[in-house]
Structures are given as structure tokens and as C-alpha cells.
Write a protein that binds this ligand. Structure first.
Ligand SMILES: Nc1nc2c(ncn2[C@@H]2O[C@H](COP(=O)(O)OP(=O)(O)OP(=O)(O)O)[C@@H](O)[C@H]2O)c(=O)[nH]1
Ligand SMILES: [Mg+2]
Length: 486
């Protein structure tokens, strides 16, 4: 718990004076518009750089479109199991452990699963039930004996998107998805198909009820579907409407009757047949892979949750240490913030919680790196100005010397701590995984966390807490009273 203070560091100007000027001038109205974060103001004032965060998703594990082999799936199951074991080690009696372990066992069994499942999905009344019925009548023999169809509830019917998300999640646990549409794709249909693709789900896009179109229309719709989607596209008529048949007799009379046509699902059965013979085993492995990744993510989430519960009190402890030091020490704000706020010991403690062991020397480097990043990004300058503004807007007529510094140091410690937590959370779960920091990622995380914590409401709450900590009791009533007025 060493609080290190160094000599002033020169701050590179970021040209944010205009933003800050706006901040000063708008602070009265800002108090009312709590949803309007300081950041939005900064953006207006030329701080747009802060918003240009390219969120690179870690997609390396999605295996988009690549076939998976058994070894890869087994490797992924092993990784999921390792995360579960780590959770067991850190929280012996975690209530989810039994279920997670059971799921790991299930996945290993699933690798050799013979029965395959196809989900039949799409919007309301597109013909899911009808198609399944026809398919089942046609597919009782041969290859298809191993294939089972399950209908999902219709997509796109309710306003709330959670039900669609549930349908998608369930469909992704099957080996094949038959996605039905009755014509050109709507936007939501297109989005959903993209999601299946992103999840590496084997999908056949089925243009059903093609009998409702004229022959040349059918061709052009099918063509346009094929152009938009890289997946397999087939046209079907699971239950064509009856057509009127007219017969001219020799005596000149005309006879008319309605004739029921046979279902047309030939393109689909052919595609399904090819898929099953060519990639049967593959399909099962892909599904198992998706499930293993889900399980791993779930276990990692639980692990991160428990770790975070332990990390936050640690951050709070260091944030008040930093606050007290900065409050008591009459050095320039920027200097003290950059040096005292990010304590190497905090880096070590947090690293310990996340199984990223640092030596003191490494932790000092991390702390120093974060400090200079925060300076370079202008976070130090922005925070102290913003905190000063909040203090004034609370009508604290007497701002005790060092108060802004103290609260700012606490605030920056918090940002640094939460950023580290966020950063560690994104790392692969492994014991003693390397301590080499990915600077770009750390920088991005700092910006994200700073952004999340810059909401006026949050900042005000924090300032209040800081003042309570730093000011002697006698001076506090004044603040509390004036706050009720404001
Ligand atoms: N013309 C025509 N009608 C069809 C075709 N396939 C299904 N239908 C009709 O479309 C209607 C809806 O069919 P369902 O199979 O119930 O559709 P669904 O997708 O299961 O409907 P929900 O489960 O309610 O979302 C029924 O009246 C079917 O007869 C087709 O290829 N052509
Ligand atoms: Mg149905």
C-alpha cells in the first residue's frame, strides 16, 4: 500500500479547452439532464476521438464457416472443463458446479451422437408444421432415418426480442436449421440468417409456398435469395393450393374441377440428403462445438462474476488511499493523479484475483503505463475539470484545498482498477497466463470504462461519496443542505 508521489509530469495539451469551456458553461443545465453524459458534450466540443473506439470482437473462436474436426471439439470441451475446474477451485461450493460438470460429461457423449436434429424455423405461418409433416412422410427410409425435425415457435411475432433470441439459441443447439421464408427476405429475416451464419450454424434457406407465384416470379425470387445469402437456398411448396383444371369435351361442353397438387419438396430432400451423407459427422461436431463454446462462456461468466465481487472492494480500498494522499499533499493536480492514483500494489492484488501474477516490478510498469495512458488520453485533465464542475454545481461555496485533487485521485484509481478488471475478464482463463500486456486492448478498455463512468449521475454520486470521506464532519452539512436546494 505504498503511495508513490513523483515530480510533476508535463501534460500534453489535447486541445480540449473548448469542451471544457462548454462543460463549465453548461454545468447548471447538466445537473438536470443526467442522462446526457459529459461525454456527449465532449463529442460536441471536438472530443470525437473518444468515441472512435473500434470494438474488435474476439471472433477467433467462432470458426466462421470452417469445418471442425473432432480434435478441435475435444480441445474446446477440455477448455470449458478447465474453466469449470477453476471455478470449483475458487468457489468450492458454487451452486452451478454440479450442472456445469454434468454438461461437460454430456458434451463428450454427444461427440458420438447418431441421431441428428433439424430445427424448422421462420416467421408466423410460413409453413413450418406443414413442411415437417411432408418431410416426415417422405424421409422414413435410408439416410433420413437418423434425422428428427423440431419446429420452433414462430419468429418476429412479438415486440420483445427475447423470445426470438430464445428461439435462436435453441435452434443453434440443433445440427441443421431449415429457415423458411415465403418470398423475398425481410430485414429481420436477413438479420436472423446472418446470426445463424455467425454462429457457424448449418442453414438451408427454404423458399416455401412458391406455388403462390407465377413461374417467372419464382425464378427471380429464388435468384435474388441466392444472391443475398451465401447459404444453400431451395424452393418448395409443402402444400400447394389446389388449381382449377378445365377440360373441353368433344361435344363442346366444358368440365371444371379443383385438383390438389402433390407437395414439391424435391430440391430440399436432395439437399438434405447430400448434407447428411457428405457431412453427417461434421454436423454433429459443429453442434457440439457450439455447445462447448457456450458452456465455456457461461462458466467464464460465473467465474468473472465471483472474481469481480472480490475485486471491487480492493479497488475501493485503494481509491480512498489515493484520495487521502492527494488531499493531504499540495502538489499540482495532474501530477498527483498520474502518479499516486494507480498503485502498483493494487495492480498486483487485482492480478492475483484474476490469476495474472505480477512481480512488483511488472506491476510498477503496468501502473506507470496506465498512468501515462490516462494522461495521454486526457482522462486526468477531463476528470479533474468535471469533478471541479460537479463540486461547484453542488454549490459548495468553500471548496477545501486539495478536495478536487483528492476526489479526482479516487476517481482515477477507480477507473484504472475497473479497467484492469475489465481487461483481465477478457483474457483466456488460464493459470498464470503470461503477463505481457496488450497495450492497445488496455487503452481501449480504459477508454470504454472511462466512458461508462462519465455519466453525470454516476459522477455526482461519486463526488458526494468522496466529499464525505475527505471533509471533516463539520463541513459536510453545508454540502448536504445545498444539494437539496440544487
Ligand atoms: N399455398 C401454399 N400454402 C402453404 C404451403 N405450405 C403451407 N401452406 C399453408 O400455410 C398455412 C400455414 O401453415 P403451417 O404449416 O401451419 O405454418 P406454420 O409455419 O407452422 O405456422 P405457425 O406454427 O402458426 O407459425 C396453412 O394453411 C398451410 O396449408 C405451400 O407451400 N403453399
Ligand atoms: Mg406451426
Amino acid at each position: 500500500m505504498v503511495v508513490k508521489l513523483r515530480r510533476p509530469i508535463l501534460v500534453g495539451g489535447l486541445g480540449l479547452s473548448f469542451s471544457l469551456w462548454m462543460l463549465q458553461n453548461l454545468h447548471d443545465s447538466m445537473v438536470q439532464v443526467s442522462e446526457f453524459g459529459i461525454l456527449s458534450l465532449l463529442a460536441i466540443g471536438g472530443g470525437l476521438w473518444l468515441l472512435k473506439l473500434n470494438r474488435t470482437q474476439d471472433s477467433s473462436e467462432l470458426l466462421n464457416g470452417t469445418p471442425v474436426d473432432r480434435a478441435t471439439v475435444e480441445g474446446t470441451i477440455a477448455k470449458a472443463e478447465a474453466v469449470v475446474n477453476q471455478l470449483a477451485q475458487e468457489v468450492e461450493d458454487h451452486q452451478a458446479l454440479a450442472t456445469l460438470r454434468e454438461q461437460v460429461t454430456q458434451l463428450l457423449i454427444e461427440l458420438d451422437r447418431q441421431k441428428m436434429i433439424a430445427s424448422v424455423t421462420g416467421g408466423k405461418s410460413v409453413g413450418k408444421t406443414t413442411l415437417i409433416k411432408v418431410l416426415e412422410q417422405n424421409l422414413e427410409t435410408g439416410n433420413f432415418a437418423s434425422l428428427q425435425f423440431q419446429e420452433t415457435s414462430p419468429l418476429f411475432v412479438e415486440a420483445d426480442e427475447t423470445s426470438d433470441a430464445n428461439v435462436l439459441a435453441k435452434a443453434n443447439k440443433s445440427d441443421i436449421v431449415l429457415f423458411l421464408t415465403n418470398g423475398d427476405l425481410t430485414d429481420s429475416e436477413f438479420q436472423t440468417l446472418q446470426k445463424f451464419k455467425a454462429a457457424n450454424q448449418n442453414t438451408i434457406l427454404v423458399f416455401n409456398k412458391q406455388d403462390q407465384y407465377l413461374p417467372d416470379e419464382r425464378v427471380s425470387i429464388l435468384q435474388s435469395l441466392k444472391q443475398r445469402m451465401s447459404s444453400i437456398v431451395v424452393a418448395t411448396a409443402a402444400s400447394p393450393s389446389p388449381i382449377k383444371v378445365r377440360k373441353h369435351k368433344e361435344d363442346g361442353a366444358v368440365q371444371e374441377w379443383m385438383e390438389q397438387l402433390a407437395p414439391d419438396i424435391q430440391q430440399l430432400t436432395q439437399q438434405l440428403g447430400e448434407m447428411l451423407t457428405q457431412q453427417g459427422q461434421q454436423l454433429v461436431w459443429s453442434t457440439t462445438m457450439r455447445k462447448a463454446l457456450l458452456l465455456k462462456a457461461e462458466a467464464k461468466n460465473l467465474l468473472n462474476g465471483t472474481r469481480r465481487d472480490r475485486a471491487v472492494p480492493v479497488i475501493e480500498q485503494y481509491q480512498w488511499i489515493a484520495a487521502a494522499a492527494a488531499f493531504a499533499n499540495p502538489v499540482p493536480a495532474l501530477d498527483i493523479l498520474a502518479t499516486a492514483a494507480i498503485n502498483a500494489q493494487m495492480v498486483m492484488d487485482l492480478g492475483g484475483i484474476y490469476q495474472q501474477k505480477f512481480s512488483l516490478e511488472q506491476a510498477q510498469t503496468v501502473a506507470g503505463t496506465m498512468g501515462s495512458l490516462m494522461l495521454k488520453l486526457g482522462l486526468v485533465e477531463l476528470s479533474s475539470k468535471a469533478i471541479g464542475t460537479v463540486l461547484k454545481s453542488n454549490a459548495v461555496t468553500f471548496v477545501a484545498g486539495g478536495l478536487v485533487q483528492g476526489v479526482s485521485a479516487a476517481y482515477l484509481t477507480r477507473i484504472a482498477g475497473l479497467s484492469l478488471v475489465e481487461y483481465f475478464q477478457q483474457q483466456e482463463i488460464a493459470i498464470n497466463s503470461g503477463t505481457a500486456l496488450n497495450l492497445d486492448k488496455l487503452k481501449q478498455t480504459l477508454q470504454n470504462v472511462f466512458q461508462q463512468n462519465q455519466q453525470i449521475g454516476l459522477l455526482q454520486g461519486f463526488v458526494k461519496q468522496g466529499v464525505k470521506r475527505l471533509l471533516p464532519e463539520a463541513q459536510q452539512p453545508q454540502l448536504m443542505e445545498s444539494r437539496t436546494v440544487a
